[in-house]
Write a protein that binds this ligand. Structure first.
Ligand SMILES: *Cc1c(COP(=O)(O)O)cnc(C)c1O
Length: 365
């Protein structure tokens, strides 16, 4: 089977093997050494000298962590959304009593930094901006560097969902001045779901000191103080996933971040070229197309549900459907983390074989 969904992504054999190790005391020296070691190396992949906390939970837990540690009920936040995950971030903020001011852009397109500037200028009470770096539901990457220029230029806190980008798409956290950046283990990191990574700038810690949202499990201050106590976690962490992360980081260090990013750029283009060569269209505006996930439109009579079923049953290639209003309208191909040229070729070939069985009528050239 070739699992080509935007997470969970396949794990290399070395990573799977690492997880067969016996449990150890999560308050002991051995775990502490692993935790300190993987945390330090994760900072390298986040390109940051900020604190970074590894927490047990899915990516959404990391998003919730960012919200409850930085904000107080009643705080105004600008929630920039270009899809399902941008909306989710706004919902998390609202669930804890923030006033999320939505700034929505058409799905398939990136956010416009000028409109973010206008929104911030128009409402000086806005304290923070929450934004998705790579919108997994539409296959679009936002211009985060330019967005950060606007947001930080106005002194606001910048909180980024980088779950389907960081580690695969370039995101230099310090150079781009991002205050809180959230990652998720099952996306580009080549390990199973269950860990989330949160980097915290000095300005973010200052916000933490005054933030009054209720929090317990996701308290970043507790996470930091336990980490400093010999590499512990406040609660019982997913120990096996730390073994996996240790192994995956070794592989990632061998390849090098620059090469990893370049591989994603190359394979992203290869997926887009391959899909278009079949007569299909991309959902995303190509200028902003993501290098970790590609959304393909259902055109020319194509029954998308049928296509993904035929692909899975007859070729063993698994891709994702569209979410919410995009259900049946697109399919999504994941190409992040453990992915090669051969994988991309296999997906495109699987699509080529399956299209005629899913009602697709190619336009004659
Ligand atoms: C996958 C994903 C999430 C959600 O992560 P979970 O691990 O499913 O909670 C959030 N944001 C983005 C951009 C994602 O790709």
């Amino acid at each position: 089977m070739n699992l080509r969904i935007p997470g969970p992504t396949p794990c290399p054999p070395e990573v799977l093997q690492s997880m067969t190790k016996q449990m150890i005391n999560h308050r002991g020296k051995e775990f502490g050494e692993i935790n300190v070691r993987v945390t330090e190396r994760m900072k390298g992949f986040f390109q940051t000298k900020n604190d970074l906390l590894i927490l047990t939970g899915s990516g959404t837990g990391g998003m919730e962590t960012a919200v409850v540690n930085m904000l107080s009920p009643g705080d105004k936040v600008l929630a920039v959304s270009i899809g399902v995950f941008g909306n989710r971030f706004a919902q998390v903020a609202e669930a804890y009593g923030a006033k999320a001011i939505k700034l929505d852009f058409e799905w398939g397109r990136a956010a416009d930094p000028d409109r973010i500037r206008q929104a911030l200028t128009g409402d000086p009470e806005i304290k923070a901006v929450i934004v998705t770096h790579n919108e997994t539901s539409t296959g679009v990457t936002n211009p985060l560097e330019a967005i950060s220029g606007v947001v930080k230029g106005m002194g606001k806190l910048l909180i980024v969902d980088a779950i389907s980008s960081i580690g695969s798409i370039d995101l230099p956290v310090d150079r781009w001045n991002c205050d809180v950046v959230v990652g998720g283990s099952q996306k580009g990191w080549m390990i199973p779901p269950g860990l989330t990574f949160v980097s915290v700038s000095e300005q973010a810690w200052a916000a933490y000191k005054t933030a009054k949202m209720p929090r317990f499990y996701w308290d970043l201050g507790k996470a930091k103080s336990y980490l400093e106590k010999g590499g512990q976690n406040p609660w019982t962490p997913a120990v096996s996933l730390y073994y996996a992360l240790d192994a995956a980081l070794a592989m990632m260090e061998t390849e090098g971040l620059g090469n990893i990013v370049a591989r994603h750029v190359r394979l992203g283009q290869k997926v887009r070229d391959g899909v278009k060569s079949l007569g299909l269209s991309l959902f995303a505006d190509e200028k902003s197309a993501s290098n970790t996930v590609t959304a393909v439109k259902a055109t020319n009579g194509l029954d998308m549900k049928r296509l993904t079923t035929v692909m899975r049953e007859e070729t063993g290639v698994v891709v994702s459907g569209g979410q919410q209003s995009l259900e049946g309208k697109i399919c999504r191909i994941g190409h992040m983390g453990y992915v090669t040229d051969a994988d991309v070729k296999e997906v495109v070939e699987a699509m080529r074989k399956s299209l005629p069985k899913a009602g697709f009528v190619p336009v004659k050239a």
